[in-house]
Design a binder for this molecule. Structure first.
Ligand code: HEM
Length: 467
């Protein structure tokens, strides 16, 4: 254990706490620059050097990084009530307001109860038709041999699907600018624990200006949507109607509250799934044997027809490919919490307000758990000879009471979209194209992923039989 120096820690000066040791940093900024330069390499390196736990300093804010599956269980499941999401979500909160992702305590629990019915299995399965139909429309516009940015294509598609499924609107036709607005807000954080606060210079080319422009566009769209639905009195049975009809002690939700939940579902409901699909296409392109096996399974079960919910139990390999892709490239690459009360862990006493972080990127690649962590091997998810994955070691959707509410939606969507697209095209990475993961709120490819659309040749029965 190491006593902290006197100059570098807000928590330490307030609480005289002894925090676990961590990587050396610079005066004033601490580890901020190292982290900003390459967050994935930095957190992985810290884990390799310090093992189970380490403290990094984002300027004056110490963040304690925990690296073991049992820690994930502790923060997200066993002691979930002692930890809030607030500190980690400062930037998101500017866009999402008091939505499900960015609130805590009783308010969060009440809102979650309200929204939960929209994500029940039966309800979600009812969206399968929209998912497949929108994908087919996208495919009809694609040309064999065409080169495109798969990341962009998947973002456009998943945004369209979430808008139609949850809010009954077609945004492709009327509002193609919304996707770019989300990107502007996410790529230009105004304030987060990992960045220097953006200067509030509101010009079209400054980060602050881009953030504000994106937010204005999104706000205008969502408020207009609410106003139109309230005015029409239409109940379409979708999430927006549910929110507008919600009542507690005879009080209905204000426009601002409906806006915050709507914006949260729009944002959380497309970007993550788009990233999961993009990374999966990339991995399949890099691993032809896996791609062939998957194409053979699709051919055997579907024989070129569109997939339905009932087909999914017959497509286990599809499922393993997606699970393995989200292990190596988790769309939510890290999570954080802030302690309400002091807590004890790993032999340390942590004061109230300690900020903790645990990263899917690191824990999904711990060698003592995964054996060959860097290998893309979907077979590791085969229940017949699955390796034992300890609780908390794999958590792409989080865990506990705040586990992703959209998980059933995302899992259905990822499988249906992948199956539908792969039956027509087996996209290949454009030769020499640089693929660099860029961890922001989600794990995106920094330069997108340019892929060539190679038509899927019908699988010969012999190949299918050998799968
Ligand atoms: C592959 C796709 C997805 C991934 C990897 C993912 C991941 C996550 C994770 C890790 C959390 C927990 C955050 C935390 O505990 O701090 C979360 C929460 C959440 N997700 Fe997802 N998500 C995905 C898709 C979706 C979809 C499709 C929707 C909605 C349609 C959605 C809506 C939400 C919401 C509203 C929360 C906040 C839940 C709460 O705090 O009660 N997500 N997601």
């Amino acid at each position: 254990m190491r006593a902290l120096g006197s100059e570098d820690s807000q928590l330490e000066t307030k609480n005289t706490a002894v925090l676990p040791p961590g990587p050396a940093g610079l005066p004033v900024v601490g580890n901020l620059l190292q982290f900003r330069r390459d967050p994935l390499a930095f957190v992985s390196g810290v884990q390799r050097s310090f093992g189970r736990v380490a403290t990094m300093r984002m300027a004056r804010l110490p963040i304690v990084m925990f690296f073991r599956p049992e820690h994930v269980r502790y923060f997200l499941v066993e002691q979930a009530r002692n930890f809030t999401s607030s500190q980690f979500n400062i930037n998101l909160r500017r866009l999402l307001g008091d939505g499900l992702l960015t609130t805590d305590g009783e308010f969060h629990r009440q809102q979650r109860r309200l929204i939960q019915p929209a994500f029940h299995k039966r309800r979600v399965e009812g969206y399968a038709g929209i998912m497949v139909q929108h994908t087919q429309e996208m495919l009809d516009a694609w040309q064999p041999g065409e080169r495109l940015d798969m990341a962009q294509a998947m973002r456009d598609l998943t945004l369209r699907i979430v808008a139609k499924s949850l809010f009954d609107v077609d945004i492709q036709q009327n509002h193609p600018e919304l996707g770019a607005s989300f990107t502007n807000v996410i790529e230009n954080p105004v304030q987060s624990p990992f960045s220097v606060r953006a200067l509030p210079i509101n010009l079209p080319f400054t980060p602050y200006g881009k953030h504000m422009q994106g937010k204005r566009t999104l706000d205008a769209y969502v408020y207009a949507l609410i106003e139109e639905r309230r005015a029409s009195g239409r109940d379409t049975g979708d999430v927006l109607s549910m929110l507008l009809a919600a009542r507690e002690d005879d009080v209905t939700m204000t426009d601002q509250q409906v806006r915050d939940q709507t914006m949260t579902l729009f944002a959380a409901g497309h970007e993550t799934t788009a990233n999961a699909l993009t990374w999966t296409f990339y991995l399949l392109s890099e691993h032809p044997a896996v791609r062939e096996k998957l194409l053979a399974e699709l051919h055997t079960v579907l024989a070129s027809r569109a997939p339905t919910v009932d087909d999914l139990p017959q497509l286990p390999y599809l499922d393993w490919v997606i699970s393995e892709s989200m292990r190596l490239y988790p769309p939510a690459w890290t999570q954080g919490r802030c302690a309400i009360e002091p807590f004890e862990l790993e032999g340390y006493h942590f004061p109230a307000k300690t900020v903790v972080m645990f990263s899917q990127w690191v824990i999904h690649r711990l060698p003592d758990i995964w054996g060959d962590p860097d290998t893309f091997r979907p077979e590791r998810w085969d229940p017949a000879h699955a390796q034992k994955v300890p609780p908390g070691a794999y958590f792409p959707f989080g865990a506990g009471p705040r586990m992703c509410i959209g998980m059933p939606f995302a899992q259905l969507e990822a499988r249906l979209l992948l199956a539908t697209i792969l039956q027509r095209y087996a996209p290949r990475l454009a030769p020499g194209y640089p693929v660099v993961p860029r961890p922001r709120v989600t794990l995106r490819p920094k330069y997108g992923i340019q892929m060539m659309l190679e038509p899927t040749i019908a699988r010969a029965p012999a190949i299918a039989a050998s799968a």
